[in-house]
Design a protein around this ligand. Structure first.
Ligand SMILES: Cc1cc2nc3c(=O)[nH]c(=O)nc-3n(C[C@H](O)[C@H](O)[C@H](O)COP(=O)(O)OP(=O)(O)OC[C@H]3O[C@@H](n4cnc5c(N)ncnc54)[C@H](O)[C@@H]3O)c2cc1C
Length: 303
């Protein structure tokens, strides 16, 4: 686990001092609170705080005075209705604050999600740790031949060994140079804000990241998807596992309508209607271009 014994002791101390509260509590989320879920070789995701639960979504939707709950079944039905009809603001009533440790190149993808509040570890103020992401052998893959934004077959043999050696050597060399430039031993020592510029993008950074459930679902929809890069997808999957325990009804609706569902264009709906009526519709006759047709027919494994 990428935590020091002192950090583990701090987390345990926090978990050992529960306090009574009048606020909404999600038992599922309480089990995750403060704990670090390891991601990649040195990274993690920790839930630092959260606000609301499934009932809070229902409560906001009904603008109710109490918990808003009539019956669990009704609540689930309402949550599914809200998700189905893109009625997003009730989901914004739930908030989550995460502590994430992640490689800088993953952080660059993550930070594109603008609808969050972020506070990052300052490498102007502090010295970064000697921690670099080195992919596991099964993640060392060649450029994909079918997707310009993806990876293909796993590298093997001497090529894989050479790549790993280069990654480890360059990381070590850059960090040695970082320390040499910072050193005040017989010299002034370069400022931390400048010395960091020579570090590679696989060095780890950390941040606190706070967002609401609606925007978190949007993040998860994009980043837990098979098309997302593996290194950010594993973070999204770790977060998704916490969200599932936090708001089980909302997560089930999200899984069904967003992760498992698809959006069909008007042309696609028309083709489906014609097919259901027994007509054979080709791509040329569908009004869809080749890419649209490929994605449409791939939905049920037709090539
Ligand atoms: C598989 C994949 C590949 C990608 N490839 C690239 C790439 O090659 N190059 C690249 O640059 N990016 C790329 N991205 C990033 C992508 O374009 C988005 O920037 C990123 O996914 C964040 O999405 P978002 O803007 O919807 O999220 P958020 O920033 O969280 O915004 C959520 C929603 O809020 C609204 N919103 C937020 N801010 C504004 C605003 N200022 N004005 C208007 N509406 C706003 C929009 O409706 C937006 O959809 C990729 C993303 C994925 C998942």
């Amino acid at each position: 686990m990428p935590l020091s014994p002192d950090q583990i002791a701090e987390i345990e101390a926090l978990r050992a001092t529960p306090r009574p509260t009048l606020r909404a509590v999600s038992e599922g989320m309480e089990a995750h609170l403060y704990l670090a879920h390891q991601v990649l070789d040195h990274g993690f995701v920790r839930v630092i705080d959260y606000m609301g639960d499934d009932a809070a979504i229902v409560q906001a939707a009904r603008v109710s005075y109490g918990r808003g709950t009539k019956a669990v079944q009704n609540d689930e039905g309402l949550i599914r209705y809200l998700m189905r009809h893109w009625h997003s603001t009730p989901f914004e009533m739930c908030e989550i604050k995460l502590h994430v440790k992640l490689p800088v190149f993953v952080a660059r993808q993550w930070i594109r999600h603008r609808t969050a509040n972020v506070n990052e570890y300052s490498a102007r103020y502090s010295i970064l740790d000697r921690e670099f992401y080195i992919p596991a052998p099964e993640q060392l893959a060649a450029q994909s031949t079918v997707n310009n934004q993806g990876r293909g077959a796993v590298l093997s043999g001497p090529e894989a060994a050479k790549v790993l050696e280069i990654l480890k050597r360059d990381a070590a060399q850059c960090y040695d140079d970082y320390e040499a430039m910072l050193s005040q031993d017989g010299q002034q020592g370069l400022a931390r804000e400048l010395a960091r510029m020579n570090l590679p993008a696989n060095i780890y950074t950390q941040w606190y990241w706070k967002t609401d459930l609606h925007n978190l679902f949007h993040f998860l929809r994009l980043r837990a998807d098979a098309h997302a890069q593996y290194e950010i997808r594993v973070y999204a999957e770790a977060i998704a596992a916490c969200v599932k325990d936090w708001v089980p009804a909302a997560y089930a609706a999200f899984e069904d309508y967003r992760m498992g569902g698809v959006t069909l264009s008007g042309k696609a709906v028309e083709v489906l209607k014609r097919r259901l009526a027994g007509e054979t519709v080709t791509q040329e006759a569908s009004g869809m271009n080749k890419g649209e047709w490929r994605e449409f027919t791939a939905l049920w494994g037709e090539s």
